[in-house]
Design a binder for this molecule. Structure first.
Ligand SMILES: Nc1ncnc2c1ncn2[C@@H]1O[C@H](COP(=O)(O)OP(=O)(O)OP(=O)(O)O)[C@@H](O)[C@H]1O
Length: 228
């Protein structure tokens, strides 16, 4: 684990990368972190090709760019991840992540918090290793628990849940190979949050939880996932 020094209130500005299957509870844990440690963490400002909405401030809400500019940034490898939603392109640049820990107008620095997928983790490791983040994998107690959570959340139909589970199986295989600094098994939210907080504060001994044993269902799902 490495740390950066700062003159602000945060002594450790190492970016935190949270990664884990859809529905595993990343947003839930992030919400707890923001409530428990207010003003210490910040999200990077994304780039987008969509038009600003009333009240949105360039460079604050988003970096608004043209499609050409966006494509140029993609070609330069500037993004840790990018995707198209509803015809508009969105991306998280390495520079935007670095900017989080630079002093803002009030002089305060924040620690960047990223919620990205395994593809993004691989890109950081391959092309943006200088960010030196703390890589945390949030693991489900089991694939069947993840299925129940996704079903209970009620935001996806069966087909989408199947796709998410196949993706989850491949992300879990990547995590089992030891690419993350810390594993947090989100069985009980408060217990999981305790481990996450200790990892972020640098007081965790070891690498957190063990990955759950690979289940037969997970193996079968993995064969259906796009290779990542
Ligand atoms: N430890 C837990 N036990 C049971 N349910 C949980 C737990 N943690 C989160 N949940 C529930 O699981 C669902 C998915 O959680 P959440 O939306 O935080 O996942 P996510 O990882 O952010 O998903 P996505 O990547 O799709 O946005 C929510 O309904 C949440 O309340």
């Amino acid at each position: 684990m490495s740390s950066s020094s700062s003159s602000g209130s945060n002594s450790n500005l190492q970016p935190v990368v949270l990664c884990g299957p859809s529905g595993v509870g990343k947003s839930t844990l992030i919400k707890k972190l923001f409530a428990d440690m207010p003003n210490q963490f910040g999200f990077s400002v994304s780039h987008t090709t969509r038009q600003p909405r009333p009240g949105e401030k360039p460079g604050v809400s988003y970096h608004f760019v043209t499609r050409e500019e966006f494509q140029r940034l993609v070609a330069e490898g500037a993004f840790l991840e990018h995707a198209t939603f509803g015809g508009n392109m969105y991306g998280t640049s390495a520079k935007a992540v670095e900017d989080v820990s630079k002093p803002g107008p009030d002089g305060r620095r924040q620690r960047a918090l990223l919620d990205i997928d395994t593809q993004g983790v691989k890109l950081i490791k391959a092309n943006h290793a200088h960010l030196q983040p703390l890589f945390v994998f949030i693991a489900p107690p089991s694939i069947s628990a993840l299925r129940s959570r996704l079903t209970a959340r009620g935001t996806d139909d069966d087909e989408a849940i199947g796709r998410r589970l196949a993706m989850a199986a491949s992300e879990m295989a990547y995590a089992r190979a030891g690419h993350h600094d810390v594993i947090v098994k989100n069985d009980d939210v408060d217990r999981a949050y305790g481990i996450l907080k200790a990892a972020i504060q640098g007081t965790l001994q070891g690498k957190g939880d063990d990955m759950p044993e690979e289940e037969e269902e997970e193996k079968a799902l993995r064969s259906k996932a796009p290779s990542s």
